[in-house]
Design a protein around this ligand. Sequence first.
Ligand code: 13P
Ligand code: ZN
Length: 273
Amino acid sequence: MKVLDAEFVQGFIRLCGDGWEQGWHERNGGNLSYRIKDEEVESVKENFVPKDWTPIGTEVPALASEYFLVTGSGKYFRNVPLDPEANIAIIELDDKGENFRIVWGLNKGGRPTSELPSHLMNLEVKKKLDPKYRVVYHCHCTNIIALTFVLPLTDEVFTRELWEMATECPVVFPQGVGVVPWMVPGGRDIAVATSKLMEKYDLAIWAHHGMFAAGEDFDLTFGLMHTAEKSAEILVKVLSMTDKKRQTIQPDEFRHLAKDFNVDLPERFLYEK
Ligand code: 13P
Ligand code: ZN
């Protein structure tokens, strides 16, 4: 099968177009990775032409010898649906999980996203916790970023505020959301900090930069990002009108919701204000 005909490649391309349409991917902002299933690799392997091995910049032994579909560094999400083969790539990891090589794509040159260490470390953490997790998505979602200039940069405050602004939020991300303080992007340090949060959460905010979401498939991961960013948009609108909410969802009401929707909401997010 041609790579572009594979369903997982089509799903990847669709997410890139959807993210662009949301306004989350100015210029080359954002990146996406997908841990490819064995049977999916088999179905497209005939097209692979391996290039040279390159260090990842970190080590992900639990992902050794696996294949990933990733966006290219400096490539624009808006161009992915127009010319996928020039803007995305399939990479293979070596048997130690320390080096990668491009086996398909980026046909006009380039390398995988500069956030490859974060993507792979997040995917490794998630694989160990639940092998069904395959997608990691990073975008520059405007309202979440805006809130990192006005809210305290704690998991507790961001989780509680996002939960309050849309009733579906505690059901969609009951574990909450983590926050990484501002750090230099693109390296191992921010990858370590983010992947530590991914042990607890499916969402990690990068202060003054954007957000990472992890999930089992493209729909769930994009939907998670969209839900959290929509809630942030509502909070930005409310804060633009007033510095205090006249009424909101109360801790006991969250506890009631948790019972009826059968989700576990950690008490540390249900503090009295
Ligand atoms: P890349 O173009 O290297 O993926 O970088 C974009 C980005 O959002 C960095 O955080
Ligand atoms: Zn970014």
